[in-house]
Ligand binder design. Structure first.
Ligand SMILES: O=C(O)CCC(=O)C(=O)O
Length: 256
């Protein structure tokens, strides 16, 4: 599929899936950088840049749910996000010069990896115009069993829907009203290791708990176009939700 066909699909559906975007060799290189990151960076990270799973095993085995702002700590990952073919594709889809916002990990460990509530990323970003996207890179085969992301086809065209504090560590903001199954055309983002799914920042999406035997790691490269501005009113609402989560965790003694 050429770039213009990819753009047509992305504009119409709000997401675009490309199997085998990275080779097995590249994925192994990323994995080796990740193990280095876990050993050397994770012990030094500030609280805001790491989130642990909160299931019963929390105190015994601290399984990582999310790593945020990884581009700050890993030159390798920052360079990966600047790869020419990635920037060319992203620039076409965001209608302008691509600017990296973040590199993140959604680790979703086997058995306990927690669900992500329905949300639109732009409820967090508050960008106008909403020319931003996430490139979700599968480090494992992502299946229904291990908690793939579900995308609501065409939902990016509705604009931003009301969100509220979700109190979910790692995803503090969620859709205020959860749509019924008949209201949405939801597509499971089943994708093989090395594949990518790019989704528009206004696309409604969620993921379920990992009920499988294997982890479901997604490495997220998040971009906006250079011409985007931040809407301060929306940003204040999101930050209030983030503060509500912090107070909730502090009240439970879980801010450690
Ligand atoms: O990986 C997941 O389960 C959720 C990812 C997500 O929310 C996103 O890509 O914006």
């Amino acid at each position: 599929m050429d770039l213009m066909n990819k753009k047509q699909t992305f504009d119409a559906e709000g997401f675009l899936k490309i199997e085998g975007f990275l080779s097995e060799e590249q994925i192994q290189e990323i994995e080796s950088e990740l193990s280095h990151y876990l050993q050397t960076m994770v012990p030094t990270l500030p609280m805001g840049d790491i989130v642990y799973e909160t299931e019963a095993s929390f105190w015994e085995r601290r399984e990582i749910r999310n790593l945020w702002r990884m581009e700050k700590y890993s030159e390798y990952l920052a360079a990966l996000a600047r790869q020419k073919d990635v920037l060319e594709l992203v620039g076409t889809l965001v209608n302008g010069e691509p600017v990296l916002m973040a590199v993140e990990l959604f680790a979703k460990p086997a058995h306990i990896g927690s669900a992500v509530p329905y949300h639109q990323d732009n409820a967090y970003f508050n960008l106008a115009p909403p020319d931003a996207l996430t490139c979700w890179l599968a480090l494992d085969d992502s299946t229904v069993e291990n908690g793939c992301v579900y995308y609501v086809r065409g939902s990016h065209r509705q604009g931003l829907l009301p969100h509220k504090a979700s109190l979910v560590p790692g995803n503090s903001y969620g859709l205020a009203r959860i749509p019924g199954p008949a209201e949405v055309d939801e597509v499971p983002g089943i994708i093989g290791r090395g594949g990518i799914v790019l989704h528009h920042c206004c696309l409604l999406h969620r993921s379920e708990k990992n009920r499988g035997e294997r982890s479901r790691r997604g490495l997220l490269l998040v971009y906006k176009a250079a011409h985007c501005q931040i809407d301060p009113v929306g940003m204040e609402q999101y930050q209030a939700a983030a503060r509500a989560l912090q107070s909730h965790l502090a009240a439970q003694g879980r801010l450690s």
